[in-house]
Structures are given as C-alpha cells and as structure tokens.
Design a binder for this molecule. Structure first.
Ligand SMILES: [Zn+2]
Length: 230
C-alpha cells in the first residue's frame, strides 16, 4: 500500500509516459518505451580497444580500458534522459541509463577484472543542492546489472571546476590537479577502479580525478560514461 502511494505521489511529479515518444506506460518505473530504447545511438566502443574514448586519454593518463555507451546528440533522447536525471530529479532516468551501461559492461570481457566502481564525485555543496550525485545514481543502476562494489566516499571533490574555469584560466592545469582529494587510500590500493561519469567531452575532469586515483599505490584505472559528445 505504502509503495503504491509512493508511486502515485511520484506520478504527480514525473511523467507517466515515454520521454521519447510520449507513449503511455503501465509500469511507472519505465522512462522510455522499448521502441525508443532500440533507437538510442549506441557507440559500440565497449568491445574495441583503441576506441575514441581511449584515445581522448592518450598521452594524458594511463588508462586500461575506456568506453561510452551512447552518442550524445543535441536535442536527442540521450540528452533528454540526462537532463531529466540532472535537473528534474528523475532518478529513474539515471537507473535506466545505469542498467543499459551495466549490461554492456557485464557482457564485455574487456572489463572483467574491474574490482570496484568510483562515481565521479560532485562538490559537496553541489550535491547537497541537487540532493544526489547523478554519477552515483548511474553507478547504482550499473551495480544492479553488474555486481561490483561502489566506493562513494574514497575520493572527495574539493573544487567545483565550472566556477573555477571562470576565475582562473592561467593556472587551470595547476588547479585541476587539486580538484580531487583521496580520503580513503586503503579502499583503492591495489585495485582496478572503474571511474564513472554521465557524459565525456574533453575528459579534463575525469583526467584530474583519474590522476588522483592513480596516485594510490597499485591502482589501475578504467573509465566508462553513459554518453560521448564532441
Ligand atoms: Zn517511446
């Protein structure tokens, strides 16, 4: 009863129809219909080494494997799902995207030896304002399809890079290096970490966080995102 009420209350705030084509749903946890799901633009990077995402990090930080599941097209459905997750508090969008990424990771032999998932941390102030970290929601979706531990508290974000880029362009690189702080090195030591984010663009923030993780002895780093945009 309580669960039904919770869904009823949720439906007051979230659409009960496909975010892609507006078809009606019966299951309130769905965010898009099967037809729209099939239409999502998959990159198929997951099984190819030297893919576009791995090349982003060449010469920057040592990466074992990297992938992004979908292409991010402006005004496309992937963007809509991410907006719904980040700005409309629709965590079901994030769980849906996490499930899709988790299934592809579980099916790929290239990501077999990952020990733990680290969602890219948000600055605590930003997380408080939003109420959650969208990368953590995606990680939870991944975990439901691919049972790997999530290390949410091992890395802390000290600076919100967006505000910082406006403030200081000259020493941006110097600042990027100090965005992240390892609060629990023992939890990362000697592990192969999969760093998760929603969208990869330049990879600068992931690089900064990855560099912090790789400063812990014995760590290896891989990266996965829901979407890739030029
Ligand atoms: Zn649809």
């Amino acid at each position: 009863m309580l669960h039904k009420m919770a869904i009823a209350i949720r439906d007051l705030f979230f659409p009960h129809y496909c975010l892609g084509c507006a078809a009606d749903f019966i299951n309130a946890k769905e965010v898009i219909c099967p037809r729209c799901k099939i239409s999502l633009p998959e990159t198929h990077f997951i099984n190819s080494s030297h893919n576009t995402i791995e090349k982003i990090f060449w010469g920057r930080i040592p990466i074992e494997q990297a992938t992004a599941l979908y292409y991010f097209n402006k005004h496309g459905l992937v963007q809509q799902l991410l907006i719904s997750l980040k700005y409309k508090a629709n965590i079901y969008s994030g769980i849906f995207l996490g499930h899709a990424l988790g299934k592809s990771l579980a099916a790929s032999s290239r990501f077999n030896d990952i020990d733990a998932i680290v969602p890219l941390p948000l600055h605590p102030k930003k997380e408080y304002k939003r109420g959650y970290n969208q990368a953590m929601i995606i990680a939870q979706g991944i975990q439901e399809k691919w049972a790997k531990p999530i290390l949410e508290k091992s890395v802390i974000r000290l600076v919100d890079s967006k505000t910082q880029t406006h403030e200081n362009r000259i020493s941006r690189w110097e600042n990027m290096r100090n965005i992240f702080y390892i609060s629990d090195p023992e939890s990362l030591q000697n592990k192969h970490i999969l760093l998760i984010d929603d969208v990869i663009t330049t990879g600068a923030t992931l690089e900064a966080c990855g560099e912090a993780i790789l400063s812990v002895p014995g760590t290896k780093l891989s990266i996965a995102a829901v979407a890739y945009t030029l």
